[in-house]
Design a protein around this ligand. Structure first.
Ligand code: FEO
Ligand code: CA
Ligand code: CA
Ligand code: CA
Length: 686
């Protein structure tokens, strides 16, 4: 698909474009140079050869097996299911022998007084009592053998599919903008009005209520999971829920606003992408592309932290909330923007509890926040900053997890050390501490306190010389092996200040890759470890794509644009993908692939589930006994509808490419959580 300006595209597309831009201005030494010296410029440019030379564990293959011959090649596999095919259509697909049932749809009731879903008559009040839009992260907290809490993030909203009559709002043609500036160009203010035509305050209010997260009790009856409407645990968290800022940046001058001179009380959470469940059973919501919700580009240059607004891509003006609410206007409330971009911790056992934004984990575009208990009892939180050329982080708590005393763990995430990753060409990773007063993080460089370091974590990462990555998405520790898997989703171009390097070896990387980190001694608090590339996305049958998979991978087993990851109870890795509108490059809709990590089949993918046209695959989350796999189908009918054979146009509420999952005339497509179970019971994929 050709490059288009954000103005001409949907929010889903703007999200893609923004993440694939870079705001990283540094010329931090990458190890491209070191690789060049070691392997010679030519091999370094080939990238995958450099990596193969370094690791010796992944093989470059120039073909893929047919589905039939792959069956035999998979002898000794840890996964046992019949692979599904690449493809794209209006429905979802799961491997034979499994059911994939719709569990929760946008607009479904959560409370006994929730109004019925009525997309023609939406309101803030109804949406606040219903399941939100664009489900992304899914977390599972068992309550008993047949009951659990599901914690689900609602990342963003697609207005053209969500509301009747709006159509594609983001497409003003110059002639539609009547008022011109002195140069005869469309007047900027008028352009914005046209772009958000008919996007009333009522609509903004529904959007704000459709963001955030849901906590919902689910129960299993006769082997099937369903939501418990009216459960005492059920809760909606929105862009207006009262929250607390806690940890070292709370109360800083950078987070004080007119409405909150204390710098400790915040309203809401936005763009909650992936997340995590802590060992003590709290729900972590990662705030990702918060920049897009802020308003007033004209005022950005005179903002007191103009350089940092730029570094974080704010204000993006993807939503017009700032036209109605001053706090989203960077001129009227300059510090509100600093109160987003954090990891939010929610106690799902207490629906009256105040969610806490844990500032010790740093402020950036957090894709997720997965935790693991270290062997010494401390807890590590891994989190990627999802933007082209941004960094991988981990946070290690000071205190230790107490398995026998839940209350003692509730503020563990307020105290500890945040680190940013440097990947060296010899296959080692170094974790560099973001501690005020250490190294370059001193007043002379603009860091006057730990709060400054955390609020502007990207700037601290720049100063420390962290490695610029190909858009770090989910980072998944494996408690069975203590290895850590990093999904790097894509990078349309490395060059200039972002040359290729050993850990990001492709100059054009539309298909992404997965890195495996082995912490030294299995210690997640260690300052170093080893890294290796597990797979490089793309079609191994097309050598020009530079894909790296195991040679046992079939024509359906390779994938592009890894995004989320999950590890099941056996310690096996599952990867879900988000190609956005670029799915025609692989010819398949997104889905979930089982991925071997050990032994001779290491690096072999196997396709298990496929989403309907226009969706991305999020969530993957196993019940603790592996008998259920919860999958989030986000923005069905949205991405790349125009390329769908026989449709050839963009989707709208009235005219979507699929009406998944209801397929009822007049009912729009609905982002939904799907639950996969094995027919007759049993663990998934075994
Ligand atoms: Fe919300 Fe990085 O995906
Ligand atoms: Ca994601
Ligand atoms: Ca995950
Ligand atoms: Ca993504």
């Amino acid at each position: 698909m050709s490059e288009q300006t954000p103005f001409k595209q949907t929010r889903a597309y703007r999200m893609e474009v923004a993440e694939d831009k870079t705001t990283n201005p540094t010329d931090n030494q990458t190890f491209g140079d070191v690789v060049n010296q070691r392997l010679g410029r030519r091999d370094a440019l080939k990238g995958m050869l450099a990596v193969t030379a370094l690791s010796g564990t992944t093989g470059v293959i120039a073909s893929v097996l047919t589905a039939e011959s792959a069956e035999a090649a998979h002898h000794g596999a840890t996964f046992n299911f019949k692979e599904i095919s690449h493809g794209v259509d209006e429905k979802h697909h799961v491997a034979d022998g499994y059911d994939a049932d719709i569990l929760l749809r946008w607009g479904d009731a959560l409370f006994s007084d929730s109004p019925a879903f009525d997309p023609a008559n939406q309101s803030r009040a109804s949406q606040e009592k219903q399941f939100g839009y664009n489900n992304d992260y899914v977390g599972f907290i068992p309550l008993g053998e047949d009951s659990a809490l599901l914690c689900v993030n609602h990342e963003y909203t697609n207005e053209e599919l969500m509301f009747p009559g709006l159509g594609r709002q983001d497409k003003p043609k110059p002639e539609q903008v009547k008022k011109k500036d002195k140069d005869g160009k469309p007047d900027k203010a008028e352009l914005l009005k046209t772009r958000f035509l008919n996007m009333t305050q009522d609509i903004a209010d529904v959007e704000m209520a459709a963001h955030g997260g849901t906590v919902v009790e689910i129960k299993k009856t006769g082997g099937k999971w369903s939501a418990v409407i009216g459960s005492k645990y059920n809760r909606r968290i929105t862009a207006n829920t009262e929250m607390e800022l806690s940890g070292p940046a709370a109360g800083s001058h950078l987070v004080k606003t007119k409405a909150d001179p204390s710098g400790t009380k915040v309203l809401g959470t936005i763009n909650n992408c992936a997340g995590g469940i802590t060992p003590w059973g709290t729900y972590l919501m990662a705030e990702e592309n918060f920049n897009g919700y802020f308003w007033n580009k004209d005022a950005a240059a005179s903002h007191p932290n103009a350089d940092m607004l730029k570094r974080y891509g704010a204000p993006g003006q993807w939503y017009n909330w700032g036209a109605y609410y001053d706090r989203f206007d960077v001129a009227k409330d300059p510090n509100e923007v600093h109160r987003f971009g954090w990891v939010v911790e929610v106690d799902p056992m207490d629906p009256a509890s105040t969610p806490k934004k844990r500032t010790a984990i740093g402020r950036f575009k957090h894709e997720g926040a997965e935790t693991i208990v270290n062997k010494d009892g401390r807890v590590a939180v891994y989190s990627g900053d999802d933007e082209r050329g941004d960094y991988l982080y981990k946070f290690v708590t000071k205190g230790k997890y107490d398995a026998g005393n839940r209350a003692a763990n509730m503020d563990l995430l307020d105290d500890g050390v945040l680190y940013v990753a440097r990947f060296d060409a010899d296959g080692t990773i170094k974790w560099l501490p973001l501690v005020h007063g250490e190294g370059p993080l001193i007043a002379a460089n603009g860091f006057n306190s730990q709060a400054d370091v955390l609020v502007f974590a990207r700037k601290a990462g720049d100063a420390l010389g962290a490695t610029k990555m190909d858009r770090p998405e989910d980072v998944q520790p494996n408690p069975k092996t203590n290895k850590v898997y990093v999904c790097l989703t894509n990078n349309k171009h490395r060059g200039g200040k972002h040359p290729i390097d050993a850990a990001n070896p492709r100059e054009k990387n539309p298909f992404g890759h997965v890195i495996e980190i082995t912490p030294t001694g299995g210690d997640h608090a260690a300052l170093d470890g080893k890294w290796d590339i597990l797979v490089q996305g793309g079609n191994p049958g097309k050598p020009e794509q530079g894909a790296v998979f195991n040679k046992a991978t079939s024509e359906n087993g390779w994938f592009g644009s890894p995004d989320n990851a999950a590890v099941d109870g056996k310690g096996r890795l599952w990867i879900s993908t988000d190609q956005g509108s670029k799915w025609p490059k692989t010819g398949t809709a997104d889905g979930i692939w089982a991925l071997e990590t050990e032994g001779e089949l290491r690096g072999t993918g196997k396709m298990f589930f496929r989403v309907p046209i226009g969706a991305e695959m999020c969530g993957p989350c196993f019940s603790n006994d592996d008998t259920a796999l919860f999958l989030a189908v986000q923005h069905p009918a949205s991405d790349g509808a125009k390329a769908f054979p026989g449709f050839g146009r963009n989707s709208t509420f009235e005219d979507p490419v699929t009406r998944w999952p209801d397929f009822k005339p007049g009912t729009p497509p609905r982002p939904s959580v799907v639950v996969v179970t094995k027919k007759g019971g049993g663990a998934i994929g075994s």
